[in-house]
Design a protein around this ligand. Sequence first.
Ligand SMILES: CC(C)(COP(=O)(O)OP(=O)(O)OC[C@H]1O[C@@H](n2cnc3c(N)ncnc32)[C@H](O)[C@@H]1OP(=O)(O)O)[C@@H](O)C(=O)NCCC(=O)NCCS
Length: 230
Amino acid sequence: MIIIGAGGHAHAVIALWRALGVEPLGLLADDGPAEVMGLRRLGTPARAGEWRAQGVARACIAIGDNAARARLGAALAAQGFALPAAVHPSAVVMDGARIGDGCVVMPRAVLGAQAMLGPFCILNTAAVLEHEGSAGEAAHIAIGAMLAGGVRVGARALIGAGAAVLPGVAIGDDAVVGAGTVVLRDVAAGARVAGVPARELGGRSGQADVHGVRSDHAAVSVDGRQSQLE
Ligand SMILES: CC(C)(COP(=O)(O)OP(=O)(O)OC[C@H]1O[C@@H](n2cnc3c(N)ncnc32)[C@H](O)[C@@H]1OP(=O)(O)O)[C@@H](O)C(=O)NCCC(=O)NCCS
């Protein structure tokens, strides 16, 4: 198992794998510290194929930026890496729930009955995606967010810390919901909303500086290097 990323989210992911009894071999990141939680940085993500050739079979993309996580996940899958999901032992996964490859489900998160996480999602600490809810590829439901039954979250969308989303609401692809926001109605793709009740902010998501985990973006820059991975 090799971890891709060396920023804030990587710390949580390393701790998650250790809670599951898996000690990762090391990290691949473009920059950042030489060591994170005792794991050495072994090179850049562009060199992942060399580690695959040496027999490293599994990888986990531990990058907070949703679009980057989706791109790198696809690239590593194409190189033959297995990208298993990780579910913390304290998380609750109810009957009929499904979890895609590369997802991380953090401590005390709840995935309700028949809810679905697409590949590379983050269901973060103490977040709830209730019954029949769904999250598209590489969505991030941040710490303590409460998504009621039947909420649909689009691909690469970010639901900020402590947000609340009413039953059946749809959040579009690449949308950003600010921390603590209460979402009463559907949110359009790419929109950024915040406040109680949710109101649209100016600008498009981009998400590069909205996660509050800025070190992730310094740790792994994939643009321009992606071709080496694909
Ligand atoms: C919503 C968000 C993306 C906006 O980021 P931004 O584009 O940098 O916005 P700014 O900080 O420039 O704020 C723009 C305006 O929105 C307001 N605002 C920002 N975030 C807000 C929030 N969560 N709730 C209410 N209002 C908010 C600001 O007060 C400001 O209002 P003003 O123009 O009247 O002064 C960001 O504040 C946020 O909440 N990110 C989520 C972080 C998070 O939960 N990460 C997950 C960690 S696990």
